[in-house]
Write a protein that binds this ligand. Sequence first.
Ligand code: DUC
Ligand code: ZN
Length: 457
Amino acid sequence: MRYLLKNGTVVSGEKSEKLDVLMEDEKIIKVEKGIEDEKAKVLDVSGKLLFPGFIDAHTHFDLEVANTVTADDFETGTKAALCGGTTLVIDYASQDKGGHTLKEGLARWHEKADGKCSCDYSFHMSIVEWNEETEKEIEDMIREGITSFKLYMTYPAMLVDDCDLYKIIKKLNAYGCFAGVHCENAGLIDALIDEAKKEGRLGVENHPLVRPDEAEAEAVHRLLVIAKQAGAPVMVVHLTNKKAYEEIQAARAKGQEVYAETCPQYLLLDDSVYSLPDFQGAKFVCAPPLRKREDQSCLWNALAKDEIQTVATDQCSFSWEQKKLGEKDFTKIPGGLPGVETRGTLLYTYGVREGRITREQMCRLLSENAAKLYGVYPRKGVIAPGSDGDIVVFDPEKRSVIQAKTHAYHSDNNPFEGFALHGGIDKVFLRGNLVVEEGKVVQEKSGKYIFRGKKQI
Ligand code: DUC
Ligand code: ZN
């Protein structure tokens, strides 16, 4: 199908301009004023903003956590993502501990995802064990289109120690790749959990107490010391708080290349929810946990100053039944929140509309920066001739309220329940095809695996 979108405002990371967009055969052909084309299906998008398809570089679909599996898999999760304007997700594939290879992990993730995705998809690879075999596999991963990796400083099943952290980060840089790192001090968290259990403190309100902001800030500091010695760039994923952010600022001031990602839950929710009655706080259990209001302000200011590069989701959803696995012991609550469906509309409503960020910044945070960091620019991340026809037709006036009752996720609870939205997704195009109309996916499972190149920042 040949589409001509007329009279919309095309938003890029630099500017917003009234331009027409012509697309055919997966690609954008022209972006100009006053395009006329007899062969195209013409859609008048007056009053709408046209964003490049959003990229969510932090999702966990079909992931085993705390002896259960996320409520959303690649089928339901990518449909929800598409409804939220996300046309590319980069999910975390993982190697297993105990002598397993990266290739085995990648094959498993392809099995989970191939043929099921309604938006395009790609993978980062989590390295949980470092040896000569793993090291040799880095080149294989690059050939498979994986140029970014994930390292954990917490969780026993995923954790790498500081020695391996240094070696891995250095080796990745030698290949022109880099890692996103989950920063929390594992030992301190274990000790605080042991203490809470011994004292019989097993309610949800203890969750933020055993994972304090300082445990995150310390890990960020240690990571940045290690990365400095390795002479390598790193990305701090799901940054939540002021102290951790100050560590990043300090390292950057000394000339280090550090990237940061945050998520809507850390911008809009605070840790008071963990004290809600009737175990309701379980809905918000994630790691790192939600923080304080002053941390939220700090993160918004960092977004405004372009000191955080991406807003992703850490999508990792569980049903209420699953959350209840931790009713008697908060450490058994599967950690994670859904987010892919509401990332763009929340950032527009509470970021752009409230004057905290501009719409061009929103474009950079949701699409352009991720495209550049994760090696898919300018195929993705921009509305320009030659780029994929991934376009979000965004209605700045649409109003709605987030409700689990009507959301697209398979999970049955929503951490943003009751949040009013002013701005909504009108239509979504994926590689030139209309895939979302009036909030509904109208073309399913046409997502392709995307091979990525090296970062372009
Ligand atoms: N944190 C979560 O809460 N869930 C999934 C992984 C993570 O880092
Ligand atoms: Zn995550």
